[in-house]
Design a protein around this ligand. Structure first.
Ligand code: NDP
Ligand code: GDR
Length: 344
């Protein structure tokens, strides 16, 4: 039986990847952190929390000995490193913690692989945030990096560590440079889910207004379930490599807001500029969106649009879900949760 470790199974991608691997007949070791209240809601929503082939293991990415034990005890052949301090905004307030978890953490796992068994395959969750400041579009595996946040800088360190262990020790280390991918399981701190959750609450009369930062930012948003399939394909290839996964379409945060309101039958019209911009209900005139500069970042990534041609050619990976379908799916899920008074 194939076996795999997923670090960060309590996160969005960890949950979807666990489901994918279990469906493929893998034995899965999913790691979670010791906290005062462990959050398993995502794997519970997917109905896999009690799966007989799933074992949850307490683990912290910043601890080398814990990484070594994890590999020794599981005897897994594939390691998907999805764990990270993954919120860009927080990385400006907690740069050192972010560097330790998101930057050095993967190095612990690579070292553990080198010590325990260098034939174990390794996937590193790299990110389009490494491209940062726009230098060319669309961005692909050859585009130069210029990260714009402590998160992006940390991920770049982990990316190069993965490439370095591939080149130095022949470790099968893949780096997936994934552009933003969303789903109903997205954390509420990220902008798409913040929008769909708030829009659902507005629809249900639980909130009046959505507060956002920079709505001019442009992102290439795909559906997370499809992106974890790409991770798995990278790990089944003959050679380890670096791949971009993206949809090739970019939209502003403002357009995502518009679409989310459309999903509840409201039309939002924008007026004003910068901090004074507002979004108003075209029928009632009620203000549905305002700008709160507290959500601005010290340095912003203005435009991300990915070119996933290489992944299509080498892995046969193509994204299928449109942004409209994704947004509607997220709004519907948040309507259901908020109606039921469930708060994730
Ligand atoms: P999430 O934030 O949803 O999940 C992150 C996971 O990492 C959580 O399970 C979290 O555990 C865990 N974690 C955090 N710190 C540690 C630690 N010190 N030790 C062990 N586990 C830890 O992220 P996503 O699922 O969205 O993303 C998965 C990975 O892909 C991340 O590395 C992210 O940076 C990267 N990525 C994501 C993209 C996206 O658009 N979603 C795009 C490109 C890259 P806990 O629940 O305890 O907090
Ligand atoms: P990002 O995602 O930084 O791209 O990182 P996020 O959804 O946080 O921000 C996207 C864009 O929206 C702007 N924005 C806001 N963002 C948040 N969170 N909250 C707001 O109120 C708000 N208003 C405007 C942001 O400034 C930004 O431009 C995500 C994470 O999943 C990373 O881990 C991953 O590596 C990248 O995607 C690819």
């Amino acid at each position: 039986m194939k076996s795999a470790i997923i670090t960060g199974i309590t996160g969005q991608d960890g949950a979807y990847l666990a489901q994918l691997l279990l469906d493929k007949g893998y034995r899965v070791f999913g790691t979670f952190r010791r906290t005062s209240s462990v959050n398993l809601w995502r794997i519970e929503e997917l109905g896999i929390a009690d799966h007989p082939q799933l074992r949850l293991v307490e683990y912290d990415l910043t601890d080398l000995s814990s990484s070594i034990r994890l590999l020794q005890q599981s005897e897994a052949r594939e390691v998907y490193n999805l764990a990270a301090q993954s919120f860009v905004g927080v990385s400006f307030d907690q740069p050192l913690t972010t560097a330790q978890i998101t930057g050095i953490g993967p190095l612990n796992l690579l070292e553990a692989i080198r010590i325990v068994d260098p034939t174990i395959r390794f996937y590193q969750a790299s990110t389009s945030e490494m491209f940062g400041k726009v230098q060319s579009v669309p961005q692909n595996e050859q585009t130069p990096f210029w990260p714009r946040s402590p998160y992006g800088v940390s991920k770049l360190y982990a990316h190069w560590s993965t490439v370095n262990y591939r080149e130095s020790y022949g470790i099968f280390g893949c780096s997936g440079i994934l552009f933003n991918h969303e789903s109903p399981l997205r954390g509420r701190e990220f902008v798409t889910r913040k929008i769909t959750d708030t829009v659902a609450k507005i629809a249900l009369g639980q909130l009046d207004c959505l507060m956002l930062g920079n709505i001019d930012a442009k992102r290439d948003w795909g559906f997370a379930r499809e992106y974890v399939e790409g991770m798995w394909r990278m790990m089944q290839a003959d050679e380890p490599d670096t791949y971009v996964l993206a949809t090739g379409r970019t939209e502003t945060v403002r357009n995502f807001v518009q679409r989310a309101f459309q999903a509840i039958g409201r039309t939002i019209v924008f007026s004003g500029e910068g901090e004074t911009e507002i979004g108003v209900d075209a029928d009632s005139g009620a203000t549905l969106m305002r700008i709160d500069p507290r959500f601005y970042r010290p340095a912003e990534v203005d435009l991300l649009i990915g070119d996933a041609r290489y992944a299509r050619e080498k892995l046969g990976w193509t994204p299928q879900t449109s942004l409209e379908t994704l947004c509607d799916m997220m709004v519907q899920a948040d309507l259901r949760r908020n109606e039921a008074g469930v708060s994730f």
